[in-house]
Every structure is written in structure tokens, then in C-alpha cells.
Design a protein around this ligand. Sequence first.
Ligand code: NAD
Ligand code: ZN
Length: 359
Amino acid sequence: QTLNVALGDRSYPIHIGPGLLGQTQWWDSVRARPLRLITDDHVARHYLAPLRTLLGLDEAAVRILTAGESQKSWEQAGAILDWLLQTHLPRDGCLIALGGGVIGDLVGFCAAIYQRGIDFVQVPTTLLAQVDSSVGGKTGINHPRGKNMIGAFHQPRLVLADTDTLKTLPRRELLAGIAEIIKYGMLGDRAFFDWIEAQLDALLALDAEAITYAVHHSCRMKAEIVARDERESGPRALLNLGHTFGHAIETHTGYGAWLHGEAVATGLCMAADLSARLGWIAPDDAQRCIALVARAGLPTVPPAGMTPGDFLQRMALDKKVAHGKLRLVLLRAIGEAVVTADFDPAKLGETLASFCSPQ
Ligand code: NAD
Ligand code: ZN
């Protein structure tokens, strides 16, 4: 399955399906160029050797990082840029990011700034990276003051999403990616939401057809939104459904305790609940969203001890605050999200009170 991200001269294909990493044809556009591959040690264990052989890469063209979010740092970006210079990667060279969102964001950022920008290829190996971070061109690193605070828009040349790689992914990471898939159904496509409800067991079992369809459909929805709004001035904000609540949970617990997708899953439930309290969706529809998140084995309530005050304080710092008013992505229906600051804050208080367990 192939889809195209339509961004004029920065357009690129996304290939999705089982077994792509064993096939040479996808690399035709870059294989003759000087290549450098960056991955992490978990991913390297499973997927580096075959890809190295396929692309004829010698050891000096490969860099293996320790897995983990802490690699998205100035220090690591600097070390990679040093390495690229020391190994004389020319401007027509190309970087390959083999791994999850951490590798994709970091390598994409290095590609964006090395010699004012060189090409890179995303080979996403987590479900989150396949349905979300490898599409759309946001790259970046973290700063002690905040996640993704330094970055650039830089589109890849090519995305290769081999769904077979998900077989080695830890279960929790897989479920975190499912949360983002549920998000796409809720925010923009009721029929897809229905499909996820019906096919959830097949998805969780990594049925090849189901997972390929889900990744393809999610990427297509993201690609369409990004094509309309590459730099997030408008519709792209819809992709943040569940994320304002989710970020509050992630910062409250300290990054890492909850996976991003787990926090987003709870955020989706809270956004659905608030939309129902505002009378924008039926209470039954909110319940359907929450039930789907629960069936996927994802959390539907924030961590014990987190209070409405914790949410409000952290949500006010969220980047979706425009002109001093809290903007949220909420639902007008399952499959129809809106970005709005125009809601009754008392209802937000009710949602927070009902989701936060009394201490
Ligand atoms: P990750 O890259 O840390 O991967 C999660 C874990 O799974 C790591 O330990 C990794 O080594 C391991 N792993 C990866 N693929 C594997 C495989 N096939 N088999 C076994 N283990 C495997 O995390 P992630 O969830 O993929 O990405 C999170 C990052 O993505 C965050 O830094 C977030 O900010 C970023 N992100 C970016 C965007 C964007 O638009 N650029 C969007 C969403 C998230
Ligand atoms: Zn997300």
C-alpha cells in the first residue's frame, strides 16, 4: 500500500505493509547516494543487520544509540552532526532513521540543520511512529524546560512502514499506538471509528490485513490534514484531540511514567466526556469512546492523586492557549472535532472533578 503526502515539491510517498524491509525496490530513489543510518540498540537487535546488507552499508555508516527519550537532546544532536562532518557526508547524502519516534524526531532534526538541510528517510518501527510521528515533517529535540521545544519542519523523502516490525514491539508500546489510531477515528471519521470498534481484536493480534489498513488509513488522515496546514496554523490542531489533557498527565507524572499514548488515551476519554457535558455529543457516544479505550487495555482515568487543580495549572501552560483563553479540541460528533475556546468552563470543571479520583 502506498500513499502520497501532497506538499508540492516536498511531496513524498509512504509505503505501508508487511515485509517491506526485506525488499530492495523501495530504496531506488536513494540507494546510490551516500547514506548514514541511525537507530537505537533495541531496534538494531532485530532489524539492522538485514537492512545493512540490503543497502550495502559498512559499519562506519551506522550509528547505534541507547534507546530512550533522553537521546532527543542538544548533546546527542551535536554528536550526530560531528559524526556526519567527520565522516564527510556531502550535501547530497541522505540520513536513514530506523526506529520509533525518538529516532525519527532526532534524525529528522539533524537532517533539517546539517548543511542547511539534507534528505532523510523514515523507517518507523513503532506503531506510534508509523501512524503519527513519521508523517507530517515535525522534527525536534527536547530542552530541560520542555519537550520538543527545539525543532524544525523538515519533510522526509520517503517513509517505509513495515508492519511486521510491530511484532517485536513491547505490548505497552503497541497499545500506546492504538490510542492514536482511536484518536483519528474520533476526530475525523466515524466510519473508521466503527471499523476500529469492530476490528479491535484483530488489531491487537496484529492481523496483517487489519494493521496495514489501520496504519494506512491513519496516515492518510494525517497526511490530508498536514497537506492542508503544513505549519499548524489551523486544521492541524485537530490532531491534538486528547493531547491537552494528555500533556497535563505526562508532565504531572514526569515524562516516562505514562507513555504518551496512554496519557492521550485518557485525554480522549476526557475530551469525549466534556463534549457530552456541553451537549455537543450524545452521552452514549462519549461512553462508546471511553469503552473502546478501555477495551484496548488503555487507561481511561488519570493517575491517582492528580487533582483538577493539577490539570488546570498544567493545561494553562499548554501551547494550545491562544490569547489567554484555553483552547481545546472537542467533539461535535464522533468523527467531527473542532478547536474551540468557546465552551463553558464550569463544564470543564465537572469533567475534571469526575475523572480525578478523590484523595
Ligand atoms: P521510542 O522511539 O522511544 O520507541 C519506544 C520503545 O520501543 C524504545 O525502547 C524503542 O527502542 C523500542 N522499539 C522501537 N521499535 C521497536 C520494535 N520494532 N521492536 C522492539 N522494540 C522497538 O518511542 P515512540 O513512542 O515511537 O516515539 C515517541 C517520540 O515520538 C516522542 O519523543 C514524541 O515526542 C515523538 N512524537 C513526534 C511526533 C511528530 O509529529 N514528530 C508525533 C508524536 C510523537
Ligand atoms: Zn500524540
